[in-house]
Design a protein around this ligand. Structure first.
Ligand code: SF4
Ligand code: SF4
Length: 197
């Protein structure tokens, strides 16, 4: 089989290019023009791709996965029912939960549990969002719109239950739109553990 060879001619360099000095001067001219423009020109005329963080912050897209928060019920308690779905789904194994039963007399006793300990190691987290997808209660979200604040202290990246509950969503709210059917409410389906559910 005949092979077709495409010959590409090499561009010859001009005398000016071979001398290097004119080309170096062109580069210097471009660098200096950008330096003076970005140092002294009016802000709207500057050509700077970077921002002066933290005074300036970029606007993140709506679906940006920020640091986690635990959503609250109307009474301020966590929506989380300590089912462990999120910690099971987490590929980085950075969620630790200790479940607890609600006290005798609480309408939720026997129906739901709550997390007495809920910790996320945000330094191990890979921000995949699987925990949010796995949660059946819309109890954990990554809609805070903020990334992890920098720190040199490792403990600052370990977020406990109280911290996670104290972070609002990007809309400033601590709850979520999905309705909850609390045990004892008329809208609750009425499953009863004593009757075998
Ligand atoms: S975002 Fe991913 S890695 Fe981070 S806690 Fe959730 S499941 Fe784990
Ligand atoms: S945050 Fe959601 S998935 Fe995780 S334990 Fe609580 S209810 Fe279950």
């Amino acid at each position: 089989m005949a092979v077709t060879v495409k010959v590409i001619s090499k561009t010859e360099r001009t005398l000016s290019e071979q001398a290097y000095i004119p080309e170096a001067m062109k580069g210097m001219k471009l660098s200096m023009s950008r330096f003076f423009k970005n140092t002294f020109a009016a802000p709207e005329k500057k050509e700077i791709a970077t921002v002066r963080y933290p005074e300036e912050k970029r606007v993140y897209p709506e679906r940006f996965r920020g640091i986690h928060r635990l959503t609250q019920r109307a009474d301020g308690s966590p929506r989380c029912v300590a089912c462990l779905c999120c910690s099971t789904a987490c590929p980085a194994q950075c969620i630790y939960i200790e479940p607890e039963e609600y006290a005798e007399g609480d309408a939720r006793h026997g129906y739901e549990r709550f997390p007495v300990v809920f910790v996320i190691d945000e330094l191990r987290c890979i921000f995949c969002g699987y925990c949010v997808e796995a949660c059946p209660c819309d109890a954990i979200r990554m809609d805070t719109g903020i990334h992890m604040p920098p720190s040199t202290e490792r403990s600052h990246f370990i977020y406990d239950k109280e911290t996670l509950l104290s972070i609002p969503g990007a809309d400033g709210t601590y709850e979520c739109e999905n309705p909850r059917h609390e045990p004892g409410d008329a809208s609750h389906p009425g499953v009863d553990r004593l009757k075998g559910h």
